[in-house]
Structure formats: C-alpha cells, structure tokens
Design a protein around this ligand. Structure first.
Ligand code: NA7
Length: 553
C-alpha cells in the first residue's frame, strides 16, 4: 500500500466546531492521543450559537442543564446569569471551553469541507475543503448540527426586493438596526416567536406573516440567583447523572397523573399552575398522558387556545393565532417571552398567509393575495433543511463511490444514528435516527462523543482497521425509529421532523423518539456485545477481542 505523501495524514477529521466538534476534538486529542483537525465554516467556535444571532435568540433548555458535564471543574467554575441561556452567553461559554482546553489550535476556521471520499484500497477518508486542504484520515466524524442549513423559501420575485433581508439562521455579527424601519417577519416557528417580540420593540412597524398558528408556552425567563446556582453546583453529579438517563436530556420530576382522571375545575387549576412554571415544565408539571393520549392532549391544546384568546385583545387577531391544524406537541413546542402580548401593540400586524398566501416579493415588500405590504427589511424565520441538509452540502462518498445523498434519497438510513452502512469509519454526532433534536443537546452530544471515543479505543486495542454498520442492523434500526414515531403525536402534523417543510423532501420521521435514556442503554448494549451490528475488519484477526478497551465510560 502506498500513500501519496502530498496529502496530509491525520487520525481523524471532524467537521464543525459547535458543542459536538469541540468535545469530539477534546476526546480524540487529549484522551485518545490521536491527531485530529476540526474544519469549521465560521470564524470562531459555537456552531448553532455562532450563526443564530437574531434578536431574542435563546436556548429553551434551562442554563444549568445546557452545558457540558464531562469536566467537574468546568461545571463548577462557569456561572450562568439567565434562567435560560441567551445566545451571547452560550457563545461566551463555548469560547471559554475552547480556551480552557486549548481547542483552537486544532480547529481550522473559515473552511468548509466540500468532499469526503472513502478510499477503499487505503481504508482512509480523503477530505477536501474550499480552502484547498487535502487530508487523509482514518476516521471521518461529523458534528455538523441538525439545524444548520437554512431554508430560504423560493418565493417569486425574492431577488427583486430593494430593502435588506436576513435569515435568522445566518444573522450578521454586527446586528441589524430596526429603528424607524418597516419590518416583515416571515415564519412563526421558534426563531420567529423569539425574535418577533424583540423586533416589535425596535421597529417602527412590524408585519408578521404566519402560515401555521402554533402553540407557544411562556418561558418565565429571568435571572438565576446565586443561591440557586450554589445549590445546583452542590448537586451536579446527581443532576447530570439523572439528565443522562432521562427521556429529554434534562430531568424534571414527573407527575404520574392523567388529564382525564380529574374534573374540569381541578384540571384547569393544574394547567394554570403549570403555565406559571412555564417552558417545558408546563408538560412535566401537569399531566403525564398529554403526549400519549389524544383526548388528554385535547385538554392541553384547548387550555393553550383559551390562553391565547385571553391574552390577545383583538378577537380577530386572536383567532388567527389560535392553532387548529395540529395537536399540541406534534411539532416542536415553542417557548416564548411576550409573544402573544406583542400582538396588542399598535405597531404590529398579523397577516394570515394560509388563507391569503404570499404571491410574490416585490421591490417594495411582500404581496399576498389580499394586498401589498411595504417593507424596508424582511426577516426570513423560515427554518432549516433539518437533519439531512448539512450532509447533503458535502459530497460524501463511501464504498464503491456511492454518494450518501443517493443512499438517503428515500430518507436517511443510519444505524443508531451513528453510522451508515457502506461508509466505514465514518461516525456522525446527532445523526438522523438518534434522539438529537428531541432532547437537550449537550448530554446527548456527550453520549455520542463518548460512545464513539470508546469505540475508537476498542478498535485500536483490538487491531480493528475498519468498522462499518451492517446493512441489516441498520434496516432494523430505521424500522425501530419509525415504529416508535408511529406511536407518538409527531405523526399528526407536518413538521421539519418529517422533512415536510422542504419541497420534495421524502416524508420520513428522522429523530429517535424513544428518549435519551433508552437510547443510551441500547448503545451500551451494542458496545458490550462487541459492537453488535458493526462489521469489524482486522489486520490481525488473532488479536480480535484479545484485549480490554482502556477507556471506561
Ligand atoms: P421552523 O420551526 O421550521 O419555523 C419556520 C417557520 O417559517 C414556520 O412558521 C413556517 O411555516 C414558516 N415558513 C417556512 N417556509 C415558508 C414559506 N415558504 N412561506 C411562509 N412561511 C414559511 O424554524 P425555526 O428556525 O423557527 O426553528 C427551528 C428550530 O430551531 C426550532 O424548532 C428549535 O429546535 C431551534 P409552517 O409552520 O411550516 O406553515
């Protein structure tokens, strides 16, 4: 075997310097002692939190659980200021992490990976970038995020607009000055619901274009007290361990109570108290069958509808905001601060584009069936090509030159959301088929990174040169992911979980809805069984299974 020496050789190439890529680099380099480089398109670390700088951008997980747990000192020394971490604070945290572990020296910024081809004869990945890099790596690992490829709708006349326009997922670093401007926001998902109240306070006039009314729960955002943080820091071991085995990646005490076992008055009181707690606690503090039983779910949906009617003064606007096309929780639950209240402002209008669709974007603004709205700025809060979009931007080719995009033409096919058959020694962090977007990301990412690291160590100590997901294990996992999804509310709505927001995208439920704890258990069982479901090829078959892995999980 000869290797072209003009190409640099590394043990591993990682794509993306968000939570995933940063932690993967730390494990590869500082724990496994491998040579590794991260390629990152942005000019700094942060991933999602580097790009999504729109006004009001904030995480929906509470700050004390939205962080790494792998290093005790890191957890103890960092102090959050907000109940929910805001985008600038998360970015500061990730910058702190990169400095603390000296990560930047192995991250190459402003560099996009364009190609990753598996070279069968060498058993290496050949990686090329838009900066002319040409690297051979034993392992190719993606940390490219689930919501990192923005979707800009193909609306007639989009390029003719003479004002400024922005997508929430690619916001200018210098910010946008809305003062004195007529602003239009298209989209009312998480990004729209977070940015609309803030933009409304700054702009002269705001027009919101809504296609699907949504359920949104008040965050009850605020600061965190030093007492709360001290208490949490004193119990971090226990809190993190519970998070790791929880369904959602954070642990709230669950109340085992059906919405159908109480009378109307009691139910209303319980919902009111849970509404006051806000955020995802609304679900945990109310009833355990909202996500599982349609009749129970109807009571929650109806409670939120009543809240919208109560909050929004103009009855016509309130009715436009009331969700009626899908049950609560069948799409990503939205969490807001003053969202519905914003429609009581004199400078805000809501346009229902479900019944009067946008016909075109003109030089002056947006024209719907009913009329033209003059605008200086358009904000596209129109979401992402979720879960698979970021993979499709890279020309990834496996055994026999097959393109990943082609293999996934009818929907993503992965074993455990971690590997895809035909693509040896490629691993994906929060890939399709893993809990990812249905969970609090940091503990989910840590599970993936630690599992992959342990596998790489196992391969090294057992002289295994190549690990590839077995096609039948992969097919079984894809079926399992679909079976679980079919028992949930998620099937009852068009959503980006199903690819329904991208014209022509196959309708397949992509994340694993069984919960992080169950998923972790399954991944551990696979590892304990000698990486069941993977085909392991050794240069030294006699060495197989002869040594214990040196890493402990
Ligand atoms: P989402 O949740 O996908 O929301 C996108 C919004 O944009 C949603 O209201 C869409 O309406 C609307 N949209 C998308 N395309 C169009 C077109 N062509 N015309 C009009 N309106 C459109 O993205 P977000 O960025 O808000 O949130 C993504 C995730 O980031 C979020 O769930 C968190 O996990 C973080 P629709 O509802 O499809 O009718």
């Amino acid at each position: 075997m000869t290797i072209d020496t003009s190409r640099e050789e590394l043990d591993a190439v990682v794509v993306g310097a968000g939570f995933s890529g940063m932690y993967m680099l730390y494990r590869l380099r500082d724990v496994l002692g491998m040579s590794a480089r991260v390629f990152e398109a942005g000019d700094n670390v942060g991933g999602t939190w580097y790009w999504n700088r729109y006004p009001g951008a904030r995480c929906d997980s509470e700050s004390y659980v939205y962080c790494f747990s792998f290093d005790k000192d890191l957890a103890q020394e960092w102090t959050w200021s907000g109940k929910y971490p805001e985008q600038p604070e998360i970015l500061r945290y990730l910058n702190h992490v990169s400095e603390r572990f000296d990560l930047r020296r192995d991250i190459q910024f402003e560099t996009r990976v364009t190609e990753a081809h598996y070279l069968e004869d060498l058993n290496r990945w050949e990686i090329k970038t838009n900066q002319g890099d040409h690297v051979l790596a034993r392992y190719f690992i993606t940390g490219i995020g689930c919501l990192s490829t923005g979707q800009l709708p193909d609306i007639n006349g989009r390029d003719s607009f003479e004002g400024d326009w922005y997508h929430t997922g690619s916001w200018p670093h210098e910010g946008v000055d809305f003062a004195g401007k007529r602003v239009g926001v298209i989209g009312t998902g998480s990004s729209g619901v977070q940015s609309i109240p803030v933009i409304a306070e700054q702009a002269e006039h705001l027009t919101v274009f809504q296609r699907t009314p949504q359920y949104s729960i008040p965050a009850r955002h605020g600061t965190v007290t030093p007492e709360f943080l001290d208490e949490v820091k004193g119990r971090y071991e226990e809190i993190f361990e519970k998070n790791r085995w929880s369904r959602a990646g954070f642990h709230y005490d669950e109340i085992e109570r059906s919405a159908l076992e109480v009378n109307d008055k009691e139910r209303r009181e319980i919902y009111e108290a849970a509404w006051e707690q806000g955020g995802f606690r609304f679900v945990n503090a109310s009833f355990s069958d909202i996500g599982a039983d349609r009749r129970a779910n109807d009571t929650a949906s109806e409670f939120i509808r009543a809240k919208i009617r109560e909050t929004v003064h103009d009855p016509e606007t309130a009715e436009k905001l009331v969700p009626r096309y899908h049950p609560f929780g069948s799409r990503r639950t939205l969490i807001d601060t003053n969202y519905y209240e914003t429609y009581n402002r004199d400078n805000v209008d809501l346009i229902d584009i479900r019944h009067s669709p946008i016909e075109e974007i003109t030089a002056n603004g947006v024209r719907t069936q009913d009329g033209e709205y003059a605008l200086d700025i358009i904000v596209f809060a129109t979401g992402f090509d979720a879960m698979t979009g970021a993979f499709n931007r890279i020309d990834i080719r496996g055994r026999g030159g097959i393109a990943l995009k082609e293999k996934w033409s009818e929907g993503p096919k992965m074993y455990l959301g971690l590997a895809s058959s035909g693509f040896p020694n490629m691993f994906t962090i929060t890939g399709p088929g893993s809990p990812s977007v249905l969970s609090n990301m940091p503990p989910t990412i840590e599970q993936h990174v630690e599992w992959i690291s342990k596998f790489l160590d196992y391969m090294r100590t057992h002289d295994i040169e190549s690990a590839e997901a077995d096609a039948s294990a992969e097919a079984d996992w894809v079926d399992h992911v679909n079976d679980i999804a079919s028992t949930t509310m998620y099937q009852l709505a068009d959503s980006w979980y199903l690819g329904a927001n991208i014209p022509g995208k196959p309708r397949v439920f992509m994340p694993y809805a069984g919960g992080l704890g169950t998923y972790r258990k399954k991944c551990n069982e696979v590892a304990d069984a000698g990486y069941e479901g993977f085909m392991l090829t050794s240069q030294n078959p006699k060495g197989l299974h002869s040594q214990e892995p040196v890493l402990k999980q």
